[in-house]
Design a protein around this ligand. Sequence first.
Ligand SMILES: [Zn+2]
Length: 199
Amino acid sequence: MASYEHFEEYNIKVKEEVQNNYSTILDGIGEDVTREGLVKTPERASKAMMFLTQGYEQDAVEILKGAMFKEDYDDMVIIKDIELYSLCEHHMLPFFGKAHVAYIPNGHIVGLSKIPRVVDVFARRLQVQERLTHDILECINNTLKPKGVAVVIEASHMCMMMRGVQKQNSVTTTSGFRGQFEKQETRNEFLKLISSSLS
Ligand SMILES: [Zn+2]
């Protein structure tokens, strides 16, 4: 309990610091921080930013380890269309899209709901899409030690869409493959399965 209280105290302090800094930003862009609509904005923005970066406080390895089960199943397991929201570390603007994750078990499977949670832990930080892809891939590979793991992320970046860069609707795709997915045949099967809609 003591450590939880300590954590709460720490959070309140951080929230207030971030809040004060948001006031300064509002002032800096020429806004009147005392007008009605903005009075509570620094506090709301601070809470939102802390929520969107809570992944720093979370441990993806523990999440996976808490739900690993011995199982002989050794075909490809695919979790596709995982909703993803992150913040680019260059502009602190959102990028969002979908992650597709697959692995081939090697004696252990993991509770299916844990894979989207792992995606969230790494997405709720300041990121670049390439590193996010890599973080998810390596975490699953090193923890679950499967025969293979694959991660594909398709995302739209607000820093491209809102800042007048052309091709506003472009989607950035990143991917990473380990183990059996490094073989073209397995990789192709995975890519075919995530691009087809079964419904
Ligand atoms: Zn950016």
